[in-house]
Ligand binder design. Structure first.
Ligand SMILES: C[S@@+](CC[C@H](N)C(=O)[O-])C[C@H]1O[C@@H](n2cnc3c(N)ncnc32)[C@H](O)[C@@H]1O
Length: 432
């Protein structure tokens, strides 16, 4: 425990920072403060001292911002559940905060002012639906196997009777009333037909990558092994423990944004990297038609099997099993017109960006759940002569700091100030 921790300080709160914080200063030192809003004056308890900066929780609001509301969840607040970050902000304020964070990440990590491209974070339908949207929650278990959610940056668990973010059967799952000895987590997932599956988590085997623990082993405890998810006219059958967008309106919104970004034409060839169970692969397949081709790449054997079944009616679209890397992209031997990528949180990275741009598509759509990783990858693309020509952001994770972006890249250098809506920016704001 540091000397500063538990100190109470008064802060004038500045802009939002990535991760659900706002930036403030105390005696010249940067303080990342949670449970506050820009423009507020708060009394804050210091929770962590990290050399050049502190972390703190606002414990008393001395002057409130206009967008402040009483958190609807009784578990939200300083020292409580870490699952949400912005329960104390109304819907419009949450979206404004996320838009500011996306712009700040691009300014700081890519040197780009995207304020002309990204005017707002878009709500997903139903608008203002801040609660009841999560179709999947993995509850943590305490030492006795009782479910809850982790407190912020803590191994401690907030016990819950219900999570109001959860969809019916997920947020109020009967699993919350039981104990689960021997498991490390209990996941609850809901299909679009209302069926709910309980999935047990155990520690994964194998080597740790980059200091991270290996992925959990999962097993279905109760409910269907496969859940249906609707996207347009199709129903996708997806392994209950496999990947599907968590917000019920997300897959359709991102698919529409991808089509708008790359406008695939009949007869064209598309690559869909990190294809999952084939949601975007099928979307591209419908756009290019039987005279075109779509090649998906996905590392999970189970997701590839699901995608293969889901794409049975569009044989011009296939998902192959493989890890997306520079060697695989070169070995594909394809000259795609369009590339779509939807990588996990860490992003694609410089080498994958260089390898996919070397395939010389006419346009790229990049679906990203972390604006920091996206900004770094867009910067890498910029160094290779590609420009950011479109950027949309969606509030696919209300109440949390998470935001999904869809970026459009085209060949050609970044526009200079005055020539267009994206310009070089110099920004030096701290980040937690
Ligand atoms: C964010 S999901 C996107 C899934 C899909 N595009 C969708 O819209 O449902 C990322 C997917 O990438 C896969 N994945 C992770 N790392 C990968 C890699 N190095 N190569 C290929 N696939 C990978 C995961 O298994 C997961 O299915």
């Amino acid at each position: 425990m540091s000397e500063a921790a538990d100190q109470l300080i008064v802060l004038d709160v500045g802009a939002a920072a990535h991760g659900g914080y706002c930036v403030a200063r105390h005696e010249g030192r940067v303080v990342f403060v949670r449970h506050a809003l820009p423009g507020e004056r708060v009394r804050a308890a210091v929770t962590e001292e990290r050399g050049s900066f502190w972390r703190a929780d606002a414990v008393e609001v001395l002057a409130a911002a206009q967008g402040r509301v009483t958190p609807p969840c009784p578990h939200a607040g300083p020292g409580r559940c870490g699952g949400c970050d912005w329960q104390h902000a109304d819907a419009a304020t949450q979206r404004d905060l996320k838009a500011a964070v996306v712009r700040e990440q691009f300014a700081r990590l890519a040197g780009l002012d995207v304020s002309g491209l990204l005017t707002a974070v878009e709500p997903l339908p139903p608008e203002q639906g801040l609660l009841g949207w999560r179709t999947r929650i993995t509850y943590a278990l305490d030492r006795s196997g009782r479910p809850g959610l982790h407190r912020h940056r803590s191994g401690e668990i907030e016990r819950l009777a219900a999570c109001p973010l959860g969809a019916p059967g997920v947020g109020d799952s009967p699993a919350l009333a039981r104990t689960w000895p021997g498991l490390t987590g209990i996941e609850v997932a809901r299909g679009d037909d209302g069926a709910v599956t309980l999935i047990g988590h155990r520690p994964g085997a194998g080597r740790q990558s980059r200091g991270r623990r290996p992925p959990d082993r999962t097993e279905v405890i109760d409910g269907p092994d496969v859940l249906p998810h609707r996207l347009g006219e199709r129903t996708f059958e997806v392994a209950a423990a496999g990947f599907w967008q968590v917000h019920p309106a997300a897959a359709a919104s991102f698919a529409a944004a991808v089509l708008q970004a790359v406008r695939p034409a009949p007869g064209e060839t598309c690559l869909d990297l990190y294809a999952g169970a084939g949601a975007l692969t099928a979307t591209l397949a419908d756009a290019v038609g039987p005279s075109g081709r779509v090649i998906g790449v996905e590392s999970s054997a189970r997701a590839v099997a699901d995608a293969t079944a889901n794409l049975a009616e569009t044989p011009w679209a296939q998902v192959r099993r493989g890890r997306v890397d520079a060697a695989l992209l070169a070995a594909l031997g394809e000259r795609p017109d369009v590339i779509v990528l939807d990588p996990p949180r860490a992003g694609a990275g410089h080498d994958v960006m260089a390898a996919l741009l070397a395939l010389a598509p006419r346009a790229v759509a990049y679906v990203a759940c972390d604006p920091a990783a996206l900004a770094r990858d867009v910067a890498a693309a910029g160094d290779l002569g590609w420009r950011l020509s479109g950027l949309r952001a969606f509030d696919a994770f209300p109440m949390t700091h998470h935001v999904e972006c869809v970026a459009q890249l085209e060949p050609g250098g970044q526009l200079e100030p005055g020539d267009g809506s994206v310009v070089r920016a110099d920004a030096a704001r701290p980040s937690p």
